[in-house]
Design a protein around this ligand. Structure first.
Ligand code: ADP
Length: 246
C-alpha cells in the first residue's frame, strides 16, 4: 500500500464536508475522483497534502510516515506531508511576475533550498518533458491556459514529490487546449506516477484510471474500476450522475 487514508472527516462550521473517508492507494495507481459540485472532492484532495487539516482521520504512507489528525500536529509533520505530494490547481496559481522557469525553480530553490545549478538543470528537463522547453523565459500572461497549466504541472514535479494530486486541472481551459494537458498527465501515468485526480473528464478517467471514486455529499458512494463505476454502477446516485455528465 502506497498511501492509506483512514476515517478522514472535515467540517467547515456546521457543514460536514467529508464524512469518514477511507481510500487505499497502491503504488503507481491512478485514482480519479468524480461527483457533483460541492460533494467534497477538492477538500479531500487538499486534506491529502495538508492544505486543509481534517478534523479526524489518519494518513499512513508506504515508508511508515503517519499523520494522525484530531490532535496537535507538529510543524515538521505538516511540512513533510506537503513535501510528499505535488498539487496542480484548477486555476494554475502561477506567480504572475515570474517566468515559466522561475515558477518551476521557486519551490526547490527557496523552500527546499537546493543547489541552484542542480535545480536549473532539473527545471529545464521537466519543462522539456511537458513540451515547454522553448517557452521557459515567457511569463504566464504570454502563455495560453494550456501552457500555463503545463507550467503548473512542471512546478509540482520540481519538488520531486512521491505522488501527484490534480484538482480539476482542465476545467478552466478552452476545449481545444484540454488535450495537451491530458496528454502530459497520460505520460506521467505511463511513467508510473501515483496520481489522484479530481476531474469532470469522464472519458479521460475511463482511459487512465485504475480506480474511480464517486463522491456525493461528503461520502464515497461507490468505487471500483472504470468498467464498473462508469459502465455498471451499482448505486442509483452514481448512474444518475454519469447519465448527466457523459
Ligand atoms: P467539490 O470539489 O466537490 O465541488 P468542495 O470540496 O470544493 O467540493 O466543497 C465542499 C463543500 O465545502 C461546499 O459546500 C463548499 O462550499 C464547502 N467549502 C469548501 N471549502 C470551504 C471553506 N474554506 N470554508 C467554508 N466552506 C467551504
Amino acid at each position: 500500500m502506497f498511501l492509506s487514508v483512514k476515517g478522514l472527516s472535515k467540517s467547515f462550521g456546521d457543514l460536514n464536508v467529508l464524512k469518514n473517508i477511507d481510500i487505499a492507494i497502491d503504488e503507481g495507481n491512478i485514482i480519479t475522483i468524480i461527483g457533483p459540485s460541492g460533494s467534497g472532492k477538492t477538500t479531500l484532495l487538499r486534506c491529502l497534502n495538508g492544505l486543509e487539516i481534517p478534523d479526524q482521520g489518519r494518513l499512513v504512507f508506504h515508508d511508515g510516515f503517519e499523520v494522525e489528525f484530531g490532535q496537535t500536529l507538529k510543524k515538521k509533520q505538516l511540512m513533510e506531508l506537503s513535501r510528499k505530494s505535488g498539487m496542480v490547481f484548477q486555476s494554475y496559481n502561477l506567480f504572475p511576475h515570474k517566468s515559466a522557469l522561475q515558477n518551476v525553480t521557486e519551490g526547490p530553490l527557496f523552500v527546499q533550498k537546493r543547489n541552484k545549478l542542480e535545480v536549473l538543470q532539473l527545471a529545464e528537463s521537466i519543462l522539456k518533458k511537458v513540451g515547454l522547453a522553448d517557452k521557459k523565459d515567457l511569463y504566464p500572461h504570454q502563455l495560453s491556459g494550456g501552457q500555463q497549466q503545463r507550467v503548473g504541472i512542471a512546478r509540482a514535479l520540481a519538488i520531486e514529490p512521491e505522488l501527484m494530486l490534480f484538482d480539476e486541472p482542465t476545467s478552466a481551459l478552452d476545449p481545444e487546449l484540454v488535450g495537451d494537458v491530458l496528454k502530459v498527465m497520460k505520460d506521467l501515468a505511463k511513467e508510473g506516477w501515483t496520481m489522484v485526480i479530481v476531474t469532470h473528464e469522464l472519458r479521460f478517467a475511463e482511459e487512465v484510471a485504475d480506480t474511480i471514486i464517486f463522491m456525493d455529499q461528503g461520502q464515497i458512494v461507490e468505487q471500483g474500476p472504470p468498467s464498473q463505476v462508469l459502465r455498471n454502477p451499482t448505486q442509483e446516485r452514481t448512474s444518475q450522475f454519469i447519465q448527466r455528465v457523459m
